[in-house]
Design a protein around this ligand. Structure first.
Ligand code: NCD
Length: 310
């Protein structure tokens, strides 16, 4: 039996150690083969109630958490804010306490406010997983990204990674900027000034020139422009974004010869990434990211509920 995960919740990469992260990745690994089998039914979460409360749109993350819970035998219910009393002005905390009174064993939350998952965790009696809070963190996305990189290269330590695009407003970048250096990667951020963080974390270099930023990179991770989070006027001032920051095959030639291309989705083809590159299985691991996301979430659901299962 591996050492249990020493945290009651998964609210961010912040606060996790390299050992915690490696534990989750190691636990996720066998679920990949399991998920490729014909029968995908485990019963370790049987009798447990998992609530997915997604206050923001989602395709991959919501579905992935739902499938992960069901494959482990949990009873999974999806709370739909648009059809709920949130529409009648109920606050996040009141909603959380209401859900908590139904005695769930796990709550997965996505919300547009930074810190929402932390707030919910303080008001409920079960583990909470942050599935994305505003511009804050999206820890399971960074974990599935790390698993994808580790499986391709056999390691993360010493790799050169470039995250390109709207870093400032991205919770995917927020979590990856914490996780990747912790596992020994050399991290660069690439984007226009308006989309770069005001102060990059220590040891992380920022570039406004895309070709310089991705030169020699083993991994090029593209991010969508988070239009729904941009300050007024920023989008219009970006100019010909594709010409300056779009990832094309020609541009990728400046990265390492076996460089891989990642994207958390949803992608905007022809804006931050060329469609033919995104579809090239030699280069793009975008669908591997989706596949491994289910395995990572199974590992997280399992680890966080172990103490409740006795
Ligand atoms: C991201 C998100 O919602 O943070 N998507 C995802 O979870 N795979 C990225 C995005 O919305 O651009």
């Amino acid at each position: 039996m591996p050492a249990p995960f020493p945290h009651p919740h998964l609210l961010g990469i912040e606060g996790l150690s390299a050992a915690d992260i490696n534990l989750i990745l190691d636990e996720a690994e066998p679920w990949i083969a399991f998920n490729r089998g014909a029968r995908k039914a485990d019963d370790r979460l049987a009798g447990l109630t998992q609530i997915n409360a997604f206050f923001e749109n989602s395709t991959r993350t919501l579905f992935s958490f739902e499938i992960a819970g069901k494959r482990l035998g949990a009873q999974v219910s999806n709370f739909h804010p648009a059809a709920s009393s949130v529409r009648k002005g109920e606050s996040l905390i009141d909603t959380a306490q209401t859900l908590n009174a139904m005695r769930p064993d796990l709550i997965v939350i996505r919300h547009e406010a930074n810190g929402a998952a932390v707030e919910v965790a303080a008001h409920v009696d079960c583990p909470v997983i942050n599935a994305g809070d505003g511009q804050g963190e999206h820890p399971t996305q960074a974990l599935l990204d790390a698993l994808t990189i580790r499986r391709r290269f056999g390691r993360i330590d010493g790799l050169k990674l470039a995250i390109c695009g709207d870093i400032r407003h991205s919770r995917v970048a927020g979590s990856n900027m914490r996780l990747l250096p912790l596992l020994g990667a050399e991290l660069r951020l690439v984007g226009p000034d308006a989309l770069l963080p005001a102060s990059p974390p220590a040891g992380v270099t920022a570039f406004t020139d895309m070709d310089e930023g991705i030169a020699g990179a083993d991994v090029v991770m593209m991010l969508r422009i988070q239009r729904e989070r941009l300050e007024a006027g920023v989008a219009d001032a970006l100019g010909d974004y594709h010409a300056r920051y779009g990832l094309t095959r020609a541009r990728l030639a400046g990265a390492a010869p076996d460089a891989i291309v990642m994207h958390p989705g949803p992608m905007n083809r022809g804006v931050e990434i060329d469609g033919d590159l995104a579809d090239d299985p030699e280069r793009s691991v975008i669908l591997e990211q989706v596949e491994y996301g289910v395995a990572v979430r199974m590992a997280c659901l399992d680890l966080l509920t172990r103490s409740r299962r006795g």
